[in-house]
Design a protein around this ligand. Structure first.
Ligand code: NAI
Length: 455
């Protein structure tokens, strides 16, 4: 059997590309070694949001008295939280499988490996069979980085150390959770376990949390979580793990923190090991990321790569769009990938969302900008719904062109607002034109519009 397209990896990039290609009438084979839906649906974006929503409800119950509502004896049942998360995942994975079936995509649950090419096309082996594809899409995603820290791997093998996968299955709330890495995964999970009662310590190598986020917002988020009881160790490098503790170094000092469980959230790397790239000479960079152009083409004609595996922007929503660009190009439609207005969100409570430049990146690029930095309390809706909230909205303007080049928000519903800002940036809208738009009232989105009037 010769397929028009063989897709390796069934995460957001792989399943969406398969669906679109199948819909366009291509004969598609999708190979997935774990679960259709990939990390996002099974052990990332979706299950973490299910957990965080339970924590949000619990937080509302605990702080309801501020709003005149008191709950007696609010409690959290971790086993039920996990069961519900599994139900959510099952529903969504079922939906993806049904869409693939409706678009006539053949799925094999096994590990695919590229094995060169012959006159029938590219060869891919899976469960001891060989399949031929006229084209390949590599969408194998990414895996957690496990640096050679003394005791880390041993701790992982003994169940003391977890990655994003294992932590989402914890049915017992750990008394002391130590999180290595104050990036996106670390912060979201720290937020959950802080809400449900763990004593949480975040150890971060840099002098700030939330890496690429605007510095003011990163500081605000940290202050907020310090108040809620999370302990942050910044400029702290983890050097060793024992069977019940994590040892880090800071300013030449070695400090030990006791832990019931440890989360390793130290970043992810493209998953390109042992998938047969050498057999077809696909080029990668030194991180192992597959090099792609803006049509998701690799250096080999008819081999494409989309999603985390190309290391460009390791986000599920980027993967979706890259998948579309890939299939559109295969179908001969004009389409290219643009990375300048991809939003990013940290689903803590309060949420953080940003798109485009921050002050730090604008400075580095030498862009002449000015900044509007206003409190979210300009929004009546925000005040009504966020007792004591201190969110901010920062908008960066390109002075030369009078366009918005970056928006960073901290405050609830930021995740739902940010796409509006992406649109303004992507369309290079003039600030004067945006000012003429009518925003719904009362909504938190009005803060963005309000910010523009300070220019
Ligand atoms: P990350 O890159 O966001 O953060 C890792 C952090 O670990 C960095 O701040 C780094 O300085 C720190 N670190 C590295 N080595 C260390 C050491 N030895 N000791 C202390 N700190 C150390 O990576 P993370 O959080 O693992 O997330 C991985 C990927 O998953 C990211 O690409 C992220 O975009 C994606 N993701 C996105 C989400 C979202 O969009 N909401 C949610 C979860 C993950």
């Amino acid at each position: 059997m010769i397929y028009d397209l063989i897709v390796i990896g069934g995460g957001p990039a792989g399943y969406l590309a398969s669906e679109r290609a199948g819909h366009a009438g291509m004969k598609v084979l999708l190979l997935e070694e774990r679960n259709v839906g990939g990390v996002c649906l099974n052990e990332g974006c979706i299950p973490s949001k299910a957990l965080l929503y339970s924590a949000k409800i619990y937080d509302y119950a605990k702080t309801g008295s501020k709003y005149g509502v008191t709950f007696e004896g609010a409690s959290i049942d971790q086993e039920t939280v996990i069961k519900r998360k599994e139900k959510v995942v099952k529903t969504l994975v079922g939906g993806v499988k049904a869409a693939l079936k409706a678009n006539h995509v053949e799925i094999i649950e096994g590990r695919g490996k590229i094995d060169g090419r012959d006159e029938d096309g590219f060869k891919v082996t899976c469960l001891n069979e060989t399949y031929h594809g006229k084209r390949l899409l590599i969408a194998t995603g990414s895996v957690p980085i496990m640096p050679p820290i003394d005791g880390l791997l041993d701790g992982f093998n003994k169940g003391f150390v977890m990655t994003n996968r294992e932590i989402l299955d914890l049915t017992v709330i750990p008394e002391k959770l130590v999180v290595i890495g104050g990036g996106v995964i670390g912060l979201e999970m720290a937020s959950y376990f802080n809400s449900v009662g763990s004593e949480v310590t975040i150890i971060e190598m840099l002098d700030r949390i939330a890496g690429q986020t605007d510095l003011d917002i990163s500081r605000l988020l940290m202050k907020d979580y310090e108040k809620k009881g999370i302990s942050f160790k910044l400029g702290a490098k983890v050097v060793k793990l024992t069977s019940d503790s994590v040892i880090y170094e800071t300013a030449g000092e070695s400090i030990e923190v006791k832990a019931t469980k440890v989360l390793a959230s130290i970043g992810r790397r493209p998953n390109t090991k042992d998938i047969g790239l050498d057999s077809v000479n696909v080029e990668t960079d030194k991180r192992g990321a597959i090099l792609t152009d803006n049509k998701m083409r690799t250096n080999i004609a008819e081999i494409y790569a989309a999603g985390d595996v190309n290391g460009k922007s390791m986000l599920a929503h980027t993967a979706y769009r890259e998948a579309e660009v890939c299939i559109n190009n295969i179908l001969g439609k004009k389409d290219i990938m643009r990375y300048g207005a991809i939003p990013s969100v940290i689903y803590t409570n309060p949420e953080v969302a940003s798109v485009g430049e921050t002050e730090e990146t604008a400075k580095t690029k030498g862009i002449e900008y000015d900044v509007a930095n206003i409190t979210m309390r300009f929004s009546g809706r925000y005040v009504a719904e966020n007792e004591g909230g201190n969110g901010i909205c920062k908008v960066l303007r390109d002075k030369k062109n009078n366009t918005i080049i970056g928006v960073s928000l901290i405050g609830n519903s930021a995740s739902e607002l940010i796409y509006g800002a992406s649109l303004m940036i992507e369309m290079e809208m003039q600030i004067d034109d945006i000012k003429e738009l009518v925003f719904p009232h009362p909504t938190v989105s009005e803060a963005i519009r309000e910010a523009l009037f300070t220019f």
